[in-house]
Ligand binder design. Structure first.
Ligand SMILES: Cc1ncc(COP(=O)(O)O)c(C=O)c1O
Length: 392
């Protein structure tokens, strides 16, 4: 049987990983500045994470949400404490799309309304409503098309205000990434998020902070929306939450009340996923990883800004992007195949850096040095070979 061929693959097979490094089947070591798509928060195969999952597996891996699962409550408490949202409620699921799907559905249940406001260049996942709220027509199937989602320009306060003046009473939710990831590392202005907060309060609709990629400490705060000093009504989370173990969740403000049957899932909140997620939070706390991400991010950004050739360096914490001019468009491949460094991308010309929050200063320097060399090499294609010849 063939695999359903939906991913353009790099011809690399990773067989081992530790911290910020991965190794292929030939033992070649790669620096992971991509974090397996912003997923690796505490570092690959962190020993505490491995042990927590192993210990849990020996006890019980899964039972359904029809019984009490104490580790869910432990996770909720730790999450409340570290995120500072102690009075919120936690609903657990398995992925980012599912988190957004549940958040949007809950907002509609809560308000009794249908309209969703989303923004240009947004990405919220591939399930039906999440993909309908994603600004990429090519991944929206005909059955997912809906007039209930309205796209407004990102960071355009005037357009947002105008829309609410006309249709505010119909809006169930506004969904927004604090820092757009797939869209190319675009930071939501603080005043934009503050306006969303104000309008959602005024019109009794739900502010959904999609924190699937920009959350969980990656930005240097637990939620990137925290920079704006606002509280969203629902935060959606996944990626860094399990450090690679599939787990997602939504944090729900206290005024949104639960009711039996409102939301549900078979696998969400299972014992193993909770053990992984709890271990992640324990490591984030013990190793002070949110502050580390902030410091390391500032260090990287300052150094990146000093490199002439790359443009428009932006980001927060360890969620960084920069534009790659046409003249060095092969940079990403050069980094991967000649310097053994994984980076992320956003079409058409953005390199995204989404490493583990535990990236060390030495690893940051290793990346910067390789980046400078790779830029020189793609500018002058034969330079690397020449340098190697001279060194021989
Ligand atoms: C902001 C954002 N929301 C939602 C998702 C969807 O998450 P998942 O792929 O886990 O369904 C992603 C994935 O990249 C994302 O970046």
């Amino acid at each position: 049987m063939n695999l359903f061929n939906v991913y353009p693959l790099n011809n690399i097979t990773i067989t081992k990983a530790q911290g910020s490094y991965v190794w292929d089947e030939n033992g070649v070591q790669y620096l992971d500045m991509y974090g397996g798509h912003a997923v690796i928060s505490i570092g690959h195969t962190h020993p505490h994470w491995v042990k927590s999952i192993e210990d849990q597996l020996e006890k019980i891996g899964f039972y359904s949400n029809s019984v009490i699962i104490p580790i869910q409550q432990q996770l909720a408490e730790k999450l409340g404490k570290i995120s500072g949202k102690e009075d919120y409620q936690l609903f657990l699921c398995n992925s980012g799309a599912e988190a957004n799907e549940n958040a949007l559905k809950l907002a509609s249940f809560h308000t009794g309304r249908k309209k969703i406001v989303a923004f240009s260049k947004s990405f919220h996942g591939r399930t039906s409503l999440a993909v309908a709220a994603t600004d990429n027509k090519s991944i929206v199937a005909p059955v997912n098309e809906t007039d209930n989602v309205i796209f407004l320009p990102f960071n355009d306060e005037k357009a947002l205000q105008q829309y609410f003046n006309n249709f505010g009473e119909e809006v169930a939710a506004v969904i927004v990434e604090g820092i757009q990831g797939v869209g190319g590392i675009n930071i939501a202005n603080e005043s934009f998020l503050q306006l969303i907060r104000k309008l959602c309060t005024q019109y009794n609709c739900v502010y959904i902070a999609d924190s699937v990629q920009c959350g969980y400490g990656r930005s240097g705060k637990f939620f990137s929306h925290d920079y704006a000093g606002v509280n969203a009504d629902i935060y959606t989370m996944a990626k860094g939450m399990g450090n690679g173990f599939p787990v997602g969740g939504i944090l729900i403000a206290p005024h949104i009340k639960p009711k039996y049957g409102l939301l549900g899932t078979t696998f969400g909140g299972n014992h193993l996923a909770c053990a992984a997620a709890l271990a992640v939070l324990e490591v984030i706390e013990k190793e002070n990883l949110i502050e580390m991400a902030k410091q390391r991010g500032m260090y990287l950004m300052n150094k990146l800004k000093a490199i002439d050739t790359i443009k428009n360096v932006r980001g927060k914490g360890l969620m960084i992007g920069f534009d790659v001019p046409e003249t060095i468009k092969d940079l990403k491949n050069k980094l991967l195949f000649d310097y053994n460094i994984f980076t992320g991308e956003a079409k058409p010309n953005v390199i995204r850096l989404l490493p583990s929050l535990a990236l060390s200063r030495k690893q940051a320097d290793e990346f910067l040095e390789a980046l400078n060399e790779a830029i020189a090499a793609v500018k002058t294609p034969n330079l690397k070979e020449k340098v190697e010849k001279v060194a021989e």
